[in-house]
Write a protein that binds this ligand. Structure first.
Ligand SMILES: Cc1cc2nc3c(=O)[nH]c(=O)nc-3n(C[C@H](O)[C@H](O)[C@H](O)COP(=O)(O)OP(=O)(O)OC[C@H]3O[C@@H](n4cnc5c(N)ncnc54)[C@H](O)[C@@H]3O)c2cc1C
Length: 490
């Protein structure tokens, strides 16, 4: 039986592990932390449950297909529920807007906000769907190693249809007259950790993913996803060794033959790294073996944005909150300039709150709320010392939420934890604390990612947000599928 070693039990690693075990390989995952899940993680304290990473599940069919492939039904492991509204948006002038998967309901909201944009919204969603369908049959179903195939007449015309030098912001400005709707649809750039003023309009496909395919929550919290995948993996015979940080990948004659962890060598026929692909090259592979990804090249791959997170348990409910909420900044452009150009925290940040307690009573004591507060933040750099700045930034955010009507938030806080970009970097070996891997702030960025199969080292593969097709739960699950399929075919 061929041996597979996987570095890291994030969702990309778990996805590859389950598939390869099902295909008859002997699979071992070495995970540096005490529990699986990576950036989909959890904190339980004082009767509150918080997801500390991903809070929204999209493209649920990807998760379903993984269970099906393994001969199981996702319903036997997870209770996945549709959210309505998907998200509640707030602006400082007290405008509120609810977005639904039910298009008619969203159109009624647009009718109230900007009636002249109802027809534009329909056209926008139709275009978004067309873009998604093209991406689904090209980019999302082929690995970057298949690039020569993607450039043949079978796929190229499709790819050209969705390739553009136009930014998402310019695309949205063309469709929407309302600056608020333009801001709302610009926000989808953050679903891959990028800036709407730099990411290509190709990513106008994301609204179809949310409005058309649906927005989902998992009863009990999002951490149920890695928990279920761990169960599935163990049922299929995968061995998971926690608290086993891999120190380096053993390479002989430009071929990966195992890894070293806790002073032990684990030999393998194939090695898959689910640790951030950039960090894997930088820290786990000796320079002499890096024929393509030199230090200089790695430095050029811009990390996605990071996140500044507050976990707040509150002794009261905030009835104005939906499950997902966005409190917009007044100047979106200035916010992204701060994050990506100046690499400093935005002075007036857009604030996202996920309150799973709104739809799931298991998440907080009765009468209380569990607020997961997330602000897009710059990846770690020498300009920001988060240890020094985190308290002031936390205070600014709490004050801003109070100004948006979350009355007496400060005094109602009963449990609190701050997670900074530096924490994401150290806890998960995420490149500069990036939460989605590498950014998509450029027309060629998607093609410059580390591919799922190393081009310079035999038998070495990658899964996760910094490889193809990108960050976010469904995409990292797909990266696991691509790596597993290539190994099974080899
Ligand atoms: C705050 C936040 C909010 C998010 N919101 C959403 C959302 O709403 N919806 C969505 O779809 N996505 C969201 N994401 C993104 C999504 O969570 C990630 O893209 C995805 O979970 C990353 O999976 P991965 O496969 O890249 O592995 P990772 O999560 O990066 O896990 C890698 C694993 O490898 C381990 N590891 C690293 N180095 C080593 C080593 N040397 N030895 C052993 N183990 C190692 C790490 O400890 C970790 O467990 C969010 C992320 C964050 C942080």
């Amino acid at each position: 039986m061929k041996e597979i070693i996987i570095i890291g039990a994030g969702l990309g690693g778990l996805s590859a592990a389950c598939r390869l075990a099902k295909e008859g390989f002997s699979v071992t995952i070495l995970e540096k932390n005490a529990n699986v899940g990576g950036k989909v993680n959890t904190v339980e304290a004082n009767g509150y449950k918080f997801d500390t990473g991903a809070s929204l599940l999209t493209m649920r069919h990807v998760l379903e297909e993984l269970f099906e492939f393994c001969g199981k039904r996702v319903e036997d492991y997870l209770e996945i529920v549709r959210l309505a509204p998907i998200c509640r948006y707030f602006w400082s002038d007290e405008t509120r807007f609810d977005a639904f998967s039910d298009t008619e309901k969203t159109e009624r909201e647009i009718e109230k906000l900007a009636p002249e944009d109802v027809e534009n919204f329909r056209k926008y969603l139709a275009d978004s769907r067309r873009k998604y369908e093209i991406a689904a049959r090209t980019f999302l179903s082929k690995s970057l190693n298949d690039l020569p195939e993607l450039l043949t007449p079978k796929y190229l015309p499709d790819l050209l249809k969705i390739s553009t030098t136009k930014t998402l912001d310019r695309h949205n400005a063309k469709y929407f007259r309302s600056p608020k709707l333009r801001q709302l649809f610009n926000r989808f750039a953050t679903y891959n950790g990028s800036s709407p003023y730099e990411t290509p309009a190709t990513f106008a496909l994301i609204p179809h993913v949310e409005f058309g395919l649906g927005a989902w929550y998992v009863r009990g919290g999002m951490y149920e996803i890695p928990r279920a995948l761990e169960k599935l993996a163990r049922e299929l015979g995968v061995k998971i060794r926690a608290e086993s940080a891999v120190e380096n990948i053993v390479i002989e004659n430009q071929k990966a033959v195992g890894v070293r962890a806790n002073g032990e060598t684990f030999r393998a026929d194939f090695v898959i790294s689910n640790s951030d692909a950039i960090e894997t090259y930088r820290n786990l592979i000796e320079r002499k073996n890096r024929r393509i990804f030199t230090d200089a090249k790695l430095e050029k791959r811009e990390p996605s944005c990071s996140g500044f997170v507050l976990l707040l348990g509150t002794k009261k409910k905030f009835p104005q909150l939906a499950h997902h909420n966005i409190f917009f900044s007044d100047d979106y452009k200035a916010e992204f300039d701060a994050i990506f150009k100046h690499k400093t925290p935005a002075a007036d940040p857009t604030i996202y709150i996920c309150a799973t307690s709104v739809s799931d009573p298991t998440q907080a004591p009765a009468g209380n709320e569990n607020l997961f507060v997330l602000i897009n933040a710059p990846y770690t750099n020498e300009k920001v010392d988060w240890e020094k700045e985190k308290r002031d930034y936390r205070n600014l955010i709490v004050k801003k939420l109070e100004s948006f009507g979350l009355e007496d938030l400060e005094n109602s806080i009963d449990y609190e934890q701050i997670i900074t970009p530096a924490d994401f970097e150290h806890k998960y070996n995420a490149n500069r604390g990036s939460i989605y891997g590498v950014s998509s702030n450029g027309i060629f960025s998607a093609f410059l990612r580390v591919p799922n199969k190393a081009r310079d080292i035999e038998n070495l593969y990658f899964t996760g947000g910094a490889t193809h097709p990108g960050g976010g739960i469904p995409l990292v699950l797909l990266s696991g599928k691509m790596a597993a399929e290539m190994i099974a075919r080899s």
